[in-house]
Design a protein around this ligand. Structure first.
Ligand code: SAM
Length: 186
């Protein structure tokens, strides 16, 4: 998604349609934890993560598009998100410190990766031992989800891509209206 899609990410119906607040609650983050919002876009989820880990925690919000980083920096300033750091990254390198993350979150991002295997390996390096990789993707298995087919991902597709890169499948949470939450562990 180009930066021109940012208004869609910020639409007022998003909370009712996709329930991002519930998604973050389900992740059961603890105050003081370090998380990465990879492919953060305009930072809709970043702000929820920032509140969940609190002032003792840290959120790295990455994106490959300078315009998304500009929107992220604007949000950080406007909403005083002092625990968030925006990072302009590349298609193969999230530019995250090694073994620093309790959780790496990718919301509607994985299927956009141009170099998915390189990204998975780099995320693996950035996670602490036992840290979680979480993909939130539109359910391909469900034709009623009103999103174009190429933006959806099935559980089988996600597992086939992620597990060979050193991640153990943990579980899927199916509490959201349109998306599944796929949890893997380093
Ligand atoms: C559909 S948007 C989702 C934004 C955000 N996660 C949300 O749900 O509000 C996908 C974002 O992923 C970013 N992206 C694509 N490939 C990426 C990569 N390799 N690393 C970081 N960001 C990436 C895009 O620039 C875009 O901002």
């Amino acid at each position: 998604m180009g930066a021109a899609g940012a208004p869609w990410l910020e639409r007022s119906e998003r909370e009712r349609e996709e329930r991002p607040s519930l998604a973050v609650r389900l992740l059961r983050l603890q105050p003081g934890q370090t998380v990465a919002d990879i492919g953060a876009g305009s930072g809709y989820y970043t702000e929820l993560l920032s509140k969940a880990v609190g002032s003792a925690g840290k959120v790295y919000a990455t994106d490959i598009q300078p315009e998304m980083i500009r929107l992220l920096d604007e949000r950080i300033r406007r909403r005083r998100l002092s625990n968030v750091q925006a990072i302009l990254c590349t298609e193969a390198d999230p530019r995250l410190p090694p073994e620093s993350l309790d959780l790496a979150l990718l919301v509607d991002v994985y299927h956009e990766f141009a170099q998915p295997q390189q990204m998975l390996r780099a995320i693996h390096r950035a996670l602490k031992p036992g840290g979680r990789l979480v993909l939130i993707e539109y359910r391909k298995e469900d034709p009623a989800v009103p999103i174009r087919e190429e933006h959806k991902m099935s559980i089988a597709e996600a597992r086939a891509e992620v597990e060979p890169e050193g991640f153990a499948f943990d579980r899927v949470l199916n509490d959201l209206p349109w998306q599944h939450i796929l949890i893997f562990r380093k």
